[in-house]
Design a binder for this molecule. Structure first.
Ligand code: SF4
Length: 97
């Protein structure tokens, strides 16, 4: 029998609910990414793996699944991200701690 203390992180995160706004709360300046970024840290630091390169090599973020940790904003030393918390009552609603 599984309780909160023995659940794996993926199972816990799977219980979260996302209330989506129409406007993204993360916007990427793709020109800054293309011309200034070398390490592409956002591809590796996001715990939800929301950053991807599309077929043309352009950085994208699937902000709808954002856990609002802020890690990508801190790691983007080229300041290519405009990041803010979703407007209330939008965003992630955690079900487990
Ligand atoms: Fe991923 Fe956290 Fe950035 Fe959201 S705030 S996109 S979960 S790294």
């Amino acid at each position: 029998m599984s309780d909160e203390s023995t659940m794996k992180i993926d199972a816990k995160l799977g219980l979260d609910v996302f209330k989506l706004d129409k406007e993204p709360h993360i916007v990427i300046d793709t020109e800054v990414c293309r011309t200034l970024c070398v390490d592409r840290a956002c591809l590796y630091v996001c715990p939800a793996s929301l950053y991807e390169l599309d077929d043309t090599g352009r950085m994208t973020v699937n902000w709808e699944g954002c856990l609002e940790c802020g890690t990508c904003m801190i790691c983007c030393d080229k300041r290519a991200l405009t990041w803010k918390y979703p407007r209330g009552p939008y965003g992630v609603q955690y079900r487990m701690s």
